[in-house]
Design a protein around this ligand. Structure first.
Ligand code: MN
Length: 283
């Protein structure tokens, strides 16, 4: 089994060394990670400049440090390794619970894997535990063992409490957003602001935050489709727009020409062969 290991804390983080060491018990490991810390960069990709990498060594394993984001690293790693069976991201220095998933670079690396059709698992631990992650190694091993056979889980977000009691399935705690701007001053008295994530409300039972508060390792299966199905049904009934007309006159499947035209519109035209045609349409 080929396992790609990435993170958002940077390739020399002690967390990725611990994860890579455990992962190597399950298959052939390659480490592909950002050359500097990219925490809280979410699922950004580097589209305005090219990517490159340098070869290094982590725990005796071949490793590549990339001048890009966590998502870039996974895309580049999957591109270079003919088949990748599993992407592991972490072990992150800091929990990724609830709405912080929108900001998490750790989860983004696993999510990039899922986008490419490869299973992805994000693993996070409380901050302040580094640099000694030895206590989490048996728990990381147990999580990988449990998840390997579950082939219907394309994307799982895992968070460890400081001293785990066991593993539980959870859902994401999204009742309230906990990101806050905290003002401060620089030495000259000028205004500065920190973006922080601070829990502001008790977590509901069964959520990721609740589990970690109770000392359980939280495993949340995630999906890529963000569509709110219930609201979609409600709003379609209340405000049908042109849905009936579209169903009546548009075929179920688009023609290859129609599909290609939209793909051209989505692409960066400077990088596609259709640039002259696209430029022609625009003028
Ligand atoms: Mn991080």
């Amino acid at each position: 089994m080929r396992i790609l290991v990435s993170n958002d804390d940077g390739i020399y983080s002690p967390g990725i060394a611990a994860l890579a060491e455990v992962a190597s018990e399950f298959g052939t490991v390659r480490v592909v990670a950002p050359d500097q810390e990219r925490s809280s960069t979410g699922h950004a990709i580097t589209a305005s400049r090219p990517l490159s990498y340098r070869v290094t060594n982590i725990q005796g394993l071949t490793a590549y440090r990339v001048n890009g984001t966590p998502a870039d690293c996974v895309a580049l790693g999957v591109y270079h390794w003919e088949t990748v069976d599993l992407v592991l991201s972490g072990l992150n220095m800091g929990l990724n619970l609830g709405n912080s998933l929108w900001h998490s670079g750790t989860l983004a690396a696993a999510k990039q894997a899922a986008l490419l059709g490869v299973r992805g698992i994000a693993l996070s631990a409380p901050s302040g535990v580094e640099p000694n992650y030895n206590g989490f190694k048996p728990w990381m091993r147990q999580v990988i063992e449990q998840l390997l056979g579950q082939h219907d889980l394309p994307l799982v977000n895992v968070n460890f409490p400081r001293t785990p009691r066991g593993l539980v399935w959870t859902r994401t705690s999204v009742r309230r957003y906990d990101g806050k701007i905290v003002p401060t001053k620089d030495p000259a008295g000028r205004d500065l602001f920190w973006s922080t994530v601070t829990p502001i409300e008790d977590a509901e039972a069964g959520t990721d935050r609740w589990a970690v508060e109770q000392g359980w390792t939280s495993l949340t299966p995630l999906r890529l489709d963000l569509t709110d199905e219930r609201t979609l049904g409600d709003v379609r009934a209340r405000l049908p727009l042109d849905d009936a007309l579209a169903r009546a006159i548009s075929p179920e499947t688009s023609s290859p020409e129609a599909a290609q035209s939209v793909r051209d519109d989505e692409a960066d035209v400077s990088l596609t062969k259709t640039a002259p045609a696209a430029a022609g349409r625009a003028t």
